[in-house]
Design a protein around this ligand. Structure first.
Ligand code: FE
Ligand code: ZN
Ligand code: FE
Length: 193
């Protein structure tokens, strides 16, 4: 498989990732308690719809269709965000969880665009590099804005009273706790090899 095919696969993955975010970002925007955060998520939702269109343009350059790959990575990252939205934390501490999830999605995208841009640039595809760089710059600026907005929220969260440690209650929490113990065990086995 030549580099161009690898790039097209990567871009199909990104296209799916962006489409998944078009669905997920309004939920983050609706869930955030902090007004600045809500506005940031809404603004990035609008940007994300534009990113989907730019990716479609990229596929026109290749003469290929954008569908064909589902991004499992983004599905997982969004699932983490859905967990954050289900937390029964209040105010700033609830938002602190959303910030962690949102920054994960931005950095996952940044990694994807950096890889795709390097490939397109190796192939000398300037139009593709330009379009992808516009998306990358929006992701970088979104991550910067979220980090800046996080500062007062995290400080406020630090002032909120601590809760007693909770045991996993729901079936989902129990499965997650069991799997985390499995991860630890498997790591211990691998470390000994
Ligand atoms: Fe994006
Ligand atoms: Zn993926
Ligand atoms: Fe993004």
């Amino acid at each position: 498989m030549a580099l161009k095919d690898v790039l097209i696969d990567e871009l199909r993955d990104m296209y799916s990732a962006e489409n998944q975010l078009v669905k997920a970002l309004p939920k983050l925007a609706k869930g955030a308690k902090n007004a600045t955060l809500r506005e940031l998520f809404s603004a990035h939702f609008e940007e994300t719809k534009g990113q989907v269109l730019r990716l479609k343009e990229v596929f026109t350059v290749f003469g290929e269709k954008p569908t064909g790959e589902h991004c499992n990575g983004m599905e997982g990252v969004i699932e983490e965000g859905a967990d954050a939205l289900e937390k029964d934390e209040e105010g700033a501490s609830f938002d602190a969880g959303l910030i962690g999830a949102a920054l994960r999605t931005e950095h996952y995208e940044i990694a994807g665009y950096n890889a795709a841009i390097a490939m397109a640039s190796t192939l000398g595809m300037k139009d593709v590099v330009d379009l992808l760089t516009q998306n990358l710059n929006e992701e970088l600026s979104a991550a910067d804005k979220i980090t800046a907005a996080a500062d007062p929220i995290l400080k406020e969260s630090a002032e909120e009273p601590e809760e007693a440690p909770k045991k996993p209650k729901t079936a989902k929490e129990k499965t997650s706790a069991a799997k985390s113990r499995e991860d630890e065990k498997k790591a211990a086995v691998s470390s000994k090899k």
